[in-house]
Write a protein that binds this ligand. Structure first.
Ligand code: ADE
Length: 224
């Protein structure tokens, strides 16, 4: 998979890709991530990429020209499955969407900024609009990093034990069951006996029951 991220703040984006699972996925060449600074695609002085909105109103708007230039250049080099725009008024990200996007070959992610982008970008260049939740971030960069994390960990071979992504919360619309590690007794706080029994069919059944109980208690909406 190849991910091209278009942003006015590449420096805000790089560190999540330089640690842990995303770093390993890039090192193993299971995913390529490329950052494109929108300011490299403008010919205006001071590398201007935004302007006041027509009709008046607070806040700057990202202009269509540099975005069009950047996306057109990328599209002239390969075909893209999706051009995603990160925005609080997009479709709210969930595990089902992440599973689908993780199967794509090449995607572009455009990070919004300031008041957003010129509507003509959304109308003509974007195939999908995604929000990471009902709150407003200062820009799409952190949202894009969240989106990348959730899809990259699903690419086969990225996680050591491939089943571990399949047993994450939200796969099967269930929250994950509780987990424990050593010691089995910490100041009288004991690990459930069943987990120490070595009876794996029973442990599996216990986990399923606990996942269901936890989901009923914390996220009954997932069971509807
Ligand atoms: N940009 C600003 N807020 C956002 C959000 N909640 N999700 C995605 N991109 C955003």
């Amino acid at each position: 998979m190849r991910i091209d991220i278009i942003t006015v703040l590449p420096e805000l984006m790089t560190s999540p890709f330089e640690a842990s699972i995303m770093k390993r996925a890039i090192e193993k060449k299971l995913v390529e991530v490329h950052f494109h600074n929108l300011r490299d695609y403008t010919e205006l002085s001071y590398n201007q990429v935004d302007d006041y909105q027509f009709g008046g109103g607070a806040g700057m708007v990202l202009m269509i020209e540099p975005i069009d230039k950047c996306i057109s250049k990328l599209k002239s080099e390969r075909t893209y499955d999706e051009v995603i725009y990160m925005t609080p008024d997009g479709e709210t990200l969930n595990q089902r969407m992440a599973n689908g996007i993780s199967l794509k070959e090449n995607i572009i992610i455009l990070c919004g900024h300031y008041k957003g982008v010129d509507q003509r970008v959304r109308d003509t260049l974007i195939t999908r609009e995604i929000s990471i939740g009902d709150y407003v971030l200062s820009g799409g960069e952190l949202g894009a990093a969240v989106l990348c994390d959730t899809i990259i960990r699903l690419i086969p071979g990225v996680l050591n034990n491939e089943t571990s992504a399949l047993t994450d919360s939200f796969q099967d619309n269930l929250l994950a069951p509780p987990v424990y590690t050593r010691p089995s007794d910490y100041k009288g706080l004991k690990v459930p006996e069943i987990l120490l029994s070595g009876n794996f069919p029973k442990i599996e059944k216990w986990r399923e029951d606990e996942a269901l109980k936890r989901t009923e208690r914390l996220r009954p909406d997932l069971l509807e």
